[in-house]
Design a protein around this ligand. Structure first.
Ligand code: B12
Ligand code: SF4
Length: 518
């Protein structure tokens, strides 16, 4: 009889990558470091555990001795070791750990799933020691694969790829989950597997929930390939209200969770659908720390609904230039942005915005317009924060093709390039993925992006002497940033997160806090 044990790895640790790369992503402005729970593995793990498998999730971020732990797990001869892989450090670390597993015991099947798999299907199976890949929503294909491995069968399973005489063979199928409730069936949604890391303090994991998968928009730089390939009915799918509430209730009753975050790409996508969820939260005094959405869903009615329960709304601006917006296929008017932020501020909700620099053909006037926009937003709400990146075309996205056209160069890439991928610093790899920028331009946008990130923080103060000198000594930077000492700053230098306020109140037996205009 084969083992029943399935080990799922989140290879997201920072100890093998340069420090500046590690700090620039996932870092939140809060003092207490809280980590993203590996939600892909939690959901997937809950599903297969309910179908009879023993599941262990090894998260290399929170497990201090993850290598020793992995060696111990290899000794237990698991049925499968699975990795959840996306671009960048996840891929880099997954490569190293896969090699390590195979060196110790080459007979343990290694499976990769996650968004990287979609863009590198053949590359992974042809060149790496990975035995299987799982495409798209993993629950059902992975379960079928486990059943086969356990019973010594080998069927052609839709959405599974494997090595056939050393070459990639991928079985594509019609399989796709139309109704998300069909896979969100577990009584604990998988949270029980990592229960040692879940508590009301939300350390190490904050509670990040997903009510939907996909997004109705179609930005040219975005990688949601599994969704994009699907019919319109499947491009955006939401769990039922009852299903979502069942998960929140479970977390509230089991771990005392009073604050949640929604990681959906577009939480407010359909106000009618989310309204009952928000009403439930209000009724039960459960707060939302933050949501991601699209500016076009931030209607006055939506903002009114969020008032008093949600602390931060994140929506991406990317660029204020209508010309570049056409290239991105993402259109946002400055008027709409300022109106939404004014109304959000009035009800005490702060905002975070992604900004992209170095879009192919971007001019310095267009870069300056982004900085000017951020200054306006600081005047509306001094706590506004920017997350800034350099546009880095991901293979198989429309902007990748545009990058080739603009630069009149082909872009060849391999696994190592995907492993080095980063949205600001990419070392040698940047020149491959951004062939339309010179080395000097790459460096210039790195500086613009770093400076904008530093100047537009939630608690920004007077610019440092170093920042002022950096800008004053460079003509292009001086033009783009202008008078940085005039950037509005918050008076209150301690912005308390709703989670910290709730914990303080509960610890001291005080009434729960309120999210009020400030
Ligand atoms: C949360 C998140 C993160 C978290 C990661 C948390 C974690 N530990 O997993 C953090 C903040 C760290 C992160 C960082 C980055 N992210 Co991110 N992230 C997301 C986000 C918003 C949600 C992922 C998620 O949990 N989804 C919900 C789960 C249920 O869906 P899922 O992940 O697809 O999982 C299902 C299947 O893929 C499959 N599956 C997944 N893993 C496995 C494993 C096995 C063994 C099997 C069988 C199946 C399987 O089954 C799952 C259940 O059905 C997605 C957008 C999205 N909507 O997916 C972007 C996304 C994954 N991120 C992306 C990117 C580019 C990044 C960054 C590189 C850059 C950035 N812009 O921030 C960095 C990487 C950091 C670095 N330095 O390298 C891209 C991925 C592109 C690609 N092709 O790889 C996405 C798709 C965003 C986008 N629209 O372009 N990210
Ligand atoms: S709105 Fe966000 S998730 Fe949707 S297509 Fe655009 S970048 Fe992707």
């Amino acid at each position: 009889m084969r083992s029943n044990l399935v080990v799922l790895i989140n290879p997201s640790h920072d100890d093998e990558i340069p420090e500046k790369i590690a700090v620039s992503y996932g870092a939140r402005s809060r003092k207490i470091r809280r980590y993203d729970p590996p939600i892909s593995l939690i959901n997937l793990g809950g599903f297969i555990r309910d179908h009879g498998y023993d599941v262990i999730i090894l998260d290399t971020v929170v497990e201090a001795n993850y290598q020793d732990k992995l060696r111990q797990l290899i000794k237990e001869n698991p049925l499968v070791i699975g990795f959840s892989v996306i671009l960048g450090k996840f891929a880099k670390n997954a490569l190293t750990l896969t090699k390590m597993i195979k060196e110790v015991n080459k007979d343990i099947p290694v499976v990769w799933g996650g968004k990287l798999v979609h863009l590198a299907q053949n590359l992974i199976l042809d060149h790496l020691d990975v035995d299987y890949i799982v495409i798209g929503d993993g629950e059902i294909p992975f379960l079928n694969l486990l059943d086969d491995l356990k019973n010594g069968k080998q069927r052609d399973i839709p959405e599974i790829g494997f090595k056939d005489k050393g070459k990639a063979k991928i079985i594509r199928g019609e399989y796709s989950v139309e109704n998300l409730d069909d896979i969100y069936v577990s009584k604990d949604f998988g949270w029980d597997i990592i229960k040692q890391n879940i508590n009301m303090y939300q350390i190490p994991y904050f509670i990040n929930l997903y009510t939907s998968r996909g997004c109705k928009f179609n930005c040219s730089f975005c990688y949601l390939k599994d969704i994009k390939g699907l019919g319109s009915k499947l491009r955006f799918r939401r769990r039922s209200v009852e299903n979502v509430i069942r998960e929140i209730e479970y977390l509230h009753k089991t771990f005392g969770i009073n604050v949640v975050t929604f990681g959906d790409d577009d939480f407010l996508s359909n106000l009618k659908e989310v309204k009952p969820i928000i009403e439930y939260l209000k009724k039960n005094q459960i707060f939302i720390e933050h949501i991601w959405t699209n500016i076009y869903n931030l209607t006055p009615a939506a903002i009114e609904l969020l008032a008093g329960t949600c602390q931060t709304v994140c929506y991406s601006i990317e660029t204020t230039s209508p010309r570049l917006q056409k290239i991105l296929n993402k259109h946002i008017s400055l008027d709409r942005i300022t109106k939404a932020n004014e109304q959000l501020r009035k009800v005490g909700i702060t905002t975070v915005h992604n900004i992209l620099f170095g879009i192919p053909t971007e001019t310095d006037d267009e870069t300056k317009a982004n900085i000017d926009c951020l200054k306006i937003l600081k005047d509306i709400n001094p706590h506004v924060r920017a997350n800034t990146y350099i546009l880095s075309p991901i293979p198989e996205t429309p902007i990748f093709e545009f990058a080739k056209t603009v630069s009149q160069k082909d872009i060849e890439w391999d696994m190592e390039d995907l492993a080095n991928f980063h949205f600001r610093y990419m070392g040698k790899t940047a020149s491959k993925f951004r062939p339309y920028l010179t080395a000097e331009d790459n460096l210039f946008y790195e500086t613009v992006s770093e400076l904008a990130n530093e100047l537009f923080t939630e608690l920004n103060d007077y610019p440092t002497q170093e920042q002022i000198m950096k800008i004053q000594n460079d003509k292009r930077l001086s033009y783009i940033f202008g008078a940085i000492d005039k950037i509005n700053k918050p008076k209150d230098k301690l912005r308390k997160y709703i989670l910290d306020q709730v914990i303080e109140a509960l610890d001291q037996g005080l009434p729960l806090p309120k999210i009020e205009p400030y």
